[in-house]
Write a protein that binds this ligand. Structure first.
Ligand code: MG
Length: 158
């Protein structure tokens, strides 16, 4: 059996934070604000995987009120989600995702992100797709106030 899952996340930009995207640190004037490292792409991927397995959402598994998750690398959260999905009898078919942000350019870092996500989930980078676009200056993404990510994932029963 094959199951599909969808994930969405948004984070606000803030000064004095590292910009972590897809498990990779990207040089920029601002980072994303959040309880963890605020990796918006990895959070969307986590929710897509959890959604496909009907295991709730990232907020349920890693509450932002829990001090254990303060400043945590989202790659650690993603690894945990990968193991959870596997423990529930699924293998990951493929993941597709889109990052929406105005700055900085994401495309030069996509291959490193695919490798990082592949390592965290122990799947080959060939089954992980990461796309990037801007919001053409419109809305909160367009003004640079924040960034958004969407992801879908397919799971197969073992
Ligand atoms: Mg988030």
């Amino acid at each position: 059996m094959t199951r599909i899952g969808f994930g969405y996340d948004a984070h606000r930009f803030a000064a004095g934070r590292k910009l972590m995207l897809g498990g990779v640190e990207i040089p920029h004037t601002h980072g994303l604000l959040g309880h963890s490292d605020a990796d918006v792409l990895l959070h969307a991927v986590c929710d897509a995987l959890l959604g496909a397995a009907a295991l709730g959402d990232i907020g349920r598994h890693f509450p932002d009120t829990d001090p254990r998750y303060k400043g945590i690398s989202s790659l650690t959260l993603l690894s945990h989600v990968g193991r959870l999905v596997q423990a529930n009898g699924y293998t990951i078919g493929n993941i597709d995702s889109t990052i929406v942000m105005e700055h900085p350019k994401v495309n030069p870092h996509v291959e490193a992100m695919r490798r990082a996500i592949g390592e965290a989930l122990t799947i080959p980078p060939e089954v992980i797709s990461i796309k990037a676009t801007t919001n053409e200056g419109m809305g909160f993404v367009g003004t640079g106030e924040g960034a958004v990510a969407y992801a879908v994932a397919l799971l197969h029963t073992i």
